[in-house]
Design a protein around this ligand. Structure first.
Ligand code: PLP
Length: 396
């Protein structure tokens, strides 16, 4: 298994991020690929000896080059960029499961993924069972003869649990099912999931891959056979990525390893700092020894990620005031961009859950999720310190 930023090929991850999928180096040709907006390409018939190219097929130049870069980073045979993270997830599930089939999924999933499995896919005859991903026996116990997919998300949002992929993989293998993993939070810099037996590595490229909060996109990486099946769904449902967005995503990915390294460093330092700050009851970050999965995260991941969560004394009202008092960090959903963002899951990703359900997921009132950006850490500390003080003082 490769570690420390090495891909399974001979080049390192940072090198692949810059160069994979890039244009051929030829005298007089551009170093950076141009955006090719053409929706269609000259083609008279199979005798032309080239593939029929069309924007919705995902095989126009910018779509191909960003896909090649993603495959290189994940160390997979193939990859595909799509219109959004949800397009990547839904096309993957529809490629593998049909009416009468069953999906075993982690109960810690992105809100829209959970809604897709709980409400939308059942309308199409596809059932789902949700299990606790931290219980190694749960995966196999939930299998039925109809199980075609096992779906995980790692680390979990927002509790940042890092569980062992092995039991989910073994359950999927024993059922002949596809193991799909939403690795948006971990990024290929943190872990090359395919090396752990994940068949379909899925990303919301809107987040770290794009990295600048200026595009919406998704990605799927895996074998050519599996990616081909997802591509077929994408063609039918029309979930392809626009060439301009594909170009922008490729530009973002070039700096992914450099960005993630700094996100990780700042997040770990901020987590330690928050742990000593008055008014903060709990700090949740896999890099802290207090995190329940600290040892596993250390063994499994290259870096602990750029996400951290805090629980403020005084509950939801204090958290509301804290978010409203920030001047540098912005209160907004989403994550993985250059700017620091904070959000309260009870208002955003988990808004449809009751207080009891939130407690069961370990998201108490006062919980604030922080996507640590690339700002100077001293400026972030000053902003957070002032906002905590303002939130608590108004409470006194
Ligand atoms: C944002 C997100 C998604 C959905 O991605 P979109 O690009 O918004 O469609 C899926 N999974 C995770 C973990 C996410 O954070």
């Amino acid at each position: 298994m490769s570690r420390a930023g090495k891909t399974s090929g001979k080049r390192g991850l940072a090198t692949e991020a810059v160069h994979a999928g890039g244009p051929e180096a030829r005298p007089g040709h551009p170093v950076v690929a141009p955006i090719v907006r053409s929706s269609t390409f000259h083609w008279t018939g199979p005798g032309d000896g080239v593939e029929l190219r069309y924007g919705r097929y995902g095989n126009s130049p910018n779509q191909c080059s960003v896909a090649a870069k993603i495959a290189a980073l994940e160390g997979t045979e193939s990859a595909l960029a799509l219109a959004s993270g949800m397009a990547a997830i839904s096309m993957t599930l529809l490629a593998v499961a049909e009416a009468g089939d069953h999906i075993v999924a982690s109960r810690h999933l992105y809100g829209a993924t959970r809604a897709l499995l709980a409400h939308e896919l059942p309308r199409r005859g596809i059932a789902a069972t949700f299990v606790d991903p931290c219980d190694p026996g749960a995966w196999r116990a939930a299998l039925t003869p109809a199980t075609r997919v096992v779906l995980i998300e790692l680390p979990t949002n927002p509790a940042l649990r890092v569980f062992d992929i092995g039991p989910a993989r073994d359950a999927a293998r024993s059922a002949g099912a596809v193991l799909a993993a939403d690795m948006t939070f971990a990024t290929p810099v943190g872990i090359r999931a395919a090396e752990h037996g994940v068949d379909a590595v899925v990303h919301s490229a809107t987040k770290y891959l794009g990295g600048h909060s200026d595009l919406v996109a998704g990605a799927v990486a895996g074998s050519a056979e599996l990616v081909g099946r997802v591509t077929r769904m994408m063609k039918l449902y029309g979930a392809s990525i626009d060439p301009q967005t594909a170009w922008l995503l490729e530009r973002g990915i070039r700096t992914l390893p450099a960005r993630v390294e700094r996100h990780n460093r700042t997040a770990l330092a901020l987590a330690k700092w928050f742990a000593g700050l008055d008014g903060v009851r709990r700090v949740i970050h896999p890099g802290l020894p207090s995190h329940p999965d600290h040892e596993r995260a250390t063994a499994m991941l290259d870096g602990y990620g750029g996400m951290l969560s805090i629980v403020l004394e005084g509950g939801g009202e204090v958290a509301d005031r804290f978010c409203a008092s920030l001047e540098l960090a912005a209160a907004a959903p989403s994550l993985g961009g250059v700017e620091t963002l904070v959000s309260q899951p009870r208002h955003t990703s988990h808004a449809d859950l009751s207080p009891a359900e939130l407690d069961a997921l370990d998201i108490p009132d006062g919980f604030v999720r922080i996507s640590v950006g690339l700002e100077d850490i001293e400026d972030l500390k000053a902003d957070f310190r002032a906002a905590v003080a303002a939130a608590l003082n108004a409470n006194a």
